[in-house]
Write a protein that binds this ligand. Structure first.
Ligand code: URP
Ligand code: ZN
Ligand code: ZN
Ligand code: ZN
Length: 464
């Protein structure tokens, strides 16, 4: 099957050109000046992209499908979550396999393969959450790398669950530095936070907003600085996940200015939502409980600036959907029992396009932070993250002039609310190709569970 995408503006991380794109089978065969006859005579199908952008499919480097948390599971399966991702122009996800304490990394990887394999609508890879640092798991980090999983998330938060001590983090970083792995860090001072949480509950402060008030931004800044210091001592590269606070960003920027291999992602919720959402009455605030928490609005300008300066390199969603009814409900009367997470895998491309519309970032930067840099960072480039001959034909045709309203009524994520309910969006996904297959075409879905393949990733390509 040969597909020609004609008349569009092809976007990359360096700019925009008018070009036609020829797809042959699963890969991109050629780019040409618009209207070259030899390309069109060859095509089985022509997609008219006139007036539209043609960009590399989004790569969401941070999702949690079917993730166990606090006695429940995030509500998207690999099938529903990757289908929703495709609707929103994301053609690759990297999901987190979660090591349960007392189990091996290999059994964790096997478990995540059994959940995902044959069920994804788009391509997918895994990071590994290391929650049990011991001689076996440190040794197994190499086994993971051998199987295409080369990034390892650790937690400075959630004592008793995922929390790792500074000593454990140091050991894992030493190992990562030795074998070329990437340490990803959930940087919040969980020991101090747990004290604040206990005090709040003791004083009868139980509403969702307390989730934010007991996790102050300074404690994200402190943990981020500490992680950076440990990375420096060990020579390990470091990737801070879901950065939400100006203090944490300052620490990352400071380290990068010295040439240290420190990177960070933020998420759309930290750019568009705030602690005011967490303070909504009638338990509505529970919809916005995630860690780190939504911050006071002032942080948002810093984050946009970080995206412009590349102190923030990537935007991922941290998609972790729990239904308002039944799941978020578990924490009514005790905010510390609200399952942590916000849905968003479907809306990342649209939400960041609003940054282009508002003049916060350029079109090229939109592509870079949502696709090209995640591809490089996570060892998928140039197979993913670019529209180039030989690359996988993961392509989004995006209509910048269309408008839409985000709503739980119309989204495809398997969750009963939208964190962005009623938000007006300029721009809309028109057509999506996943490895040469048209999976979204206007209002029709032509994808299927099982089309998505596991991506064995190369070691990371650092960009500092
Ligand atoms: O609240 C969040 N972010 N839930 C997902 C788990 C994590 O820490 O990323
Ligand atoms: Zn986290
Ligand atoms: Zn996460
Ligand atoms: Zn069709």
């Amino acid at each position: 099957m040969r597909i020609l995408i004609t008349g569009g503006t092809v976007l990359s991380s360096t700019g925009a050109v008018k070009a036609d794109v020829l797809v042959d089978g699963e890969t991109i065969a050629a780019l040409s000046a618009p209207g070259i006859a030899v390309l069109s005579s060859d095509a089985d199908k022509v997609i008219d992209a006139g007036g539209k952008y043609v960009l590399p499919g989004g790569i969401d480097g941070h999702t949690h499908m079917e993730m166990p948390f606090g006695g429940t599971h995030s509500n998207d399966t690999f099938e529903t979550g990757t289908t929703a991702a495709a609707w929103g122009g994301t053609t690759t996800i990297i999901d987190f396999a979660v090591q349960a304490k007392g189990t091996t990394l290999q059994s964790t990887l096997d478990k995540w393969h059994s959940k995902a394999d044959g069920n994804c609508a788009i391509d997918y890879g895994f990071h590994m959450i290391v929650s049990d640092v011991n001689d076996t798991s440190l040794k197994e980090m190499q086994t993971c790398i051998d199987q295409g999983v080369n990034s390892f998330k650790m937690f400075m938060a959630y004592p008793g669950v995922f929390y790792a001590t500074d000593g454990e983090i140091l050991r894992a970083m030493q190992r990562a530095a030795d074998i070329g792995g990437l340490i990803m860090m959930h940087a919040e001072n969980g020991i101090a936070i747990d004290e604040l949480v206990a005090q709040a509950l003791q004083e009868g402060r139980t509403d969702p907003v307390q989730h934010g008030l007991t996790r102050p931004s300074a404690l994200e800044g402190e943990a981020t600085s500490r992680a950076i210091t440990l990375a420096k001592v060990t020579g390990s590269p470091l990737y801070i996940v879901h950065l939400s606070a100006a203090e944490a960003l300052a620490a990352v920027a400071g380290a990068r200015n010295t040439g240290q291999n420190v990177f960070a992602e933020t998420c759309p919720q930290y750019l568009y939502l705030s602690i005011e959402d967490l303070a909504k009455p009638d338990f509505e605030g529970s919809k916005y409980v995630a860690s780190p928490p939504l911050r006071p609005k002032e942080h948002q300008a810093s984050l946009w600036n970080g995206l412009r300066t590349n102190d923030l390199s990537v935007v991922s969603t941290d998609h972790c959907p729990f239904c308002f009814n039944e799941q978020k409900e578990l924490g009514r009367g005790d905010f510390s029992k609200i399952p942590n997470g916000i849905p968003g895998v479907e809306h990342r491309m649209d939400l960041l396009h609003q940054g282009v519309v508002a003049g916060e970032i350029s079109l090229a930067r939109w592509v870079e932070i949502t696709s090209t840099t995640p591809a490089r960072m996570f060892g998928l480039y140039p197979r993913k993250g670019t529209i180039s001959p030989g690359s996988d034909a993961d392509i989004v045709v995006y209509d910048p002039a269309a408008t839409q309203t985000l709503s739980a009524e119309t989204h495809h994520m398997n969750v009963d609310y939208s964190a962005y309910e009623g938000m007006r969006i300029t721009g809309k996904v028109d057509t999506v190709l996943s490895r040469g297959r048209v999976v979204v075409e206007g209002n029709a879905f032509h994808g299927s569970a099982g089309h998505g393949r596991f991506l064995s990733r190369e070691l990371c390509q650092y960009l500092n």
